[in-house]
Design a protein around this ligand. Structure first.
Ligand code: NAP
Length: 307
C-alpha cells in the first residue's frame, strides 16, 4: 500500500514526489513508458530558475527524477491504463501491474497539438517550437511564423515581437477565433502581419528551419515562404480523459476545487493537465509542490501516516 501514487513524471509529478517522499510518505510514481513529459522533447531551457546558463530539458528531468528517487520514490516506467477512484484504497493499474494507494496525485500533463506536416517533428527544438516565452530570445531579428488563430497564437506572436524582426500569423480560415482584445493587440503591432485561408504544408530546411511551403485554401496555390522559425499554437490536449469519474471542464482540463483538489476526495491534480493558463515547467513544478502538501495534509487528517 502506498501513501501516495503519482501518475505522471514531468516537473509536476516529480516535484510532488520530492515533497511526498521528504514528508516520509511511501510514494510511487507511475512515470509512463516515455517518462519525463514535454521537457524531454526540448533542448535548452533558459527560464527554469537556478540554471544561469540554462539546462537541457532531458538533463533537468533526469536531475528531478534522481532527486525524487534519492528520497525514496519508487518509479515504474509503464503507462497508466486504468484507475478505480470510487472506493478506498484507490487502485491504479498499468498494463502489467496493479497498485493500491491511499491518495493519488494526477500529473499527466498536456500534449502540444502539432501540425503533423512533413519536416515538423524532426525540427522541434531546431526552429520549430510551441513555446514563445521559452524560445523567443533564440530568434532575435529573425523572421517567424505563428500558426493558429486562437488566443495562444496572438499571445505567442506578441511575445515573439519583442525579439523577432517580423512575425506572420498563419490561419486556416478567414476569421480569427481569438478574443477581440488579443486580436486588436496583434493587429496593432507593426511587426505582425496575417495570412488568412492558409495552411502550412511542409517545413523546410536542413540543420535548421529555412522556410515553409504554404497553401492558399481558396485558390489551391502553393507558395514557398523563407522564414527562420515556426511557432505552432493550435491548442493543447490535456491528458485527462483516461480518468473515469473525475470532473473535467469544458476545455478538457481536470476541474480543480479549492487549490489542487479534484471532485474526488483524496485525488489531487497538478500541472498542465489542469492548467490551461501558464503551462510552464516552473508553474507545473509549483503545482506539484502544492498538490503534495495538500495530499500530506489530507492523509494526516484521514490516517495515521507517521508509522
Ligand atoms: P484554440 O482556442 O482551440 O485555438 C486553436 C486555433 O488553432 C484555432 O484558430 C484553430 O483554427 C487552429 N487550429 C486547430 N487545429 C489546426 C490545424 N491542424 N491546423 C491549423 N490550424 C489549426 O486554442 P488556444 O489558442 O490554445 O486557446 C485554448 C484556450 O485557452 C482558449 O479558451 C483560449 O481562450 C485560452 N487562452 C487564453 C489566453 C488569454 O486569455 N490570455 C491565452 C491563451 C489561451 P479554427 O479557428 O479554424 O478552429
Amino acid at each position: 500500500m502506498h501513501d501516495v501514487i503519482i501518475i505522471g513524471s514531468g516537473p509536476a509529478g516529480l516535484t510532488a514526489a520530492i515533497y511526498t517522499t521528504r514528508a516520509n510518505l511511501k510514494t510511487l510514481v507511475v512515470a509512463g513508458g516515455k517518462w519525463g513529459g514535454q521537457l524531454m522533447l526540448t533542448t535548452l531551457v533558459e527560464n527554469y530558475p537556478g540554471f544561469s546558463e540554462g539546462i537541457q530539458g532531458p538533463d533537468l528531468m533526469m536531475a528531478m527524477r534522481k532527486q525524487a528517487q534519492r528520497h525514496g520514490a519508487e518509479v515504474v516506467e509503464e503507462d497508466f491504463t486504468e484507475g478505480d477512484f470510487t472506493k478506498k484504497p484507490f487502485v491504479v493499474k498499468t498494463a502489467t501491474k496493479s497498485f493500491e494507494g491511499k491518495s493519488v496525485i494526477i500529473a499527466t500533463g498536456a500534449d502540444t497539438k502539432w501540425l503533423g506536416v512533413p519536416g515538423e517533428k524532426e525540427r522541434i527544438g531546431r526552429g520549430v517550437s510551441s513555446c514563445a516565452p521559452c524560445d523567443a530570445p533564440f530568434f532575435r531579428n529573425k523572421k517567424l511564423i505563428v500558426v493558429g488563430g486562437g488566443d495562444s497564437a496572438m499571445e505567442e506572436a506578441l511575445v515573439l515581437t519583442r525579439f523577432a524582426e517580423k512575425v506572420t500569423i498563419i490561419h486556416r480560415r478567414d476569421s480569427l477565433r481569438a478574443s477581440q482584445i488579443l486580436q486588436q493587440r496583434a493587429k496593432n503591432n507593426p511587426k505582425i502581419t496575417f495570412l488568412f485561408n492558409t495552411t502550412v504544408e511542409e517545413i523546410q530546411g536542413l540543420e535548421k528551419v529555412t522556410g515553409v511551403k504554404l497553401k492558399n485554401n481558396q485558390t489551391g496555390k502553393i507558395t514557398d515562404m523563407p522564414i527562420d522559425g515556426v511557432f505552432v499554437a493550435i491548442g493543447h490536449a490535456p491528458n485527462s480523459r483516461i480518468f473515469q469519474g473525475l470532473e473535467i471542464d469544458e476545455q478538457g482540463y481536470i476541474a480543480v476545487h479549492n487549490h489542487t483538489k479534484t471532485n474526488i476526495e483524496g485525488v489531487f491534480v497538478a500541472g498542465d493537465v489542469h492548467d490551461a493558463k501558464y503551462r510552464q515547467a516552473i508553474t507545473a513544478a509549483g503545482f506539484g509542490c502544492a498538490a503534495a502538501l495538500e495530499a500530506e495534509r489530507w492523509l494526516d487528517s484521514q490516517y495515521d501516516t507517521k508509522n
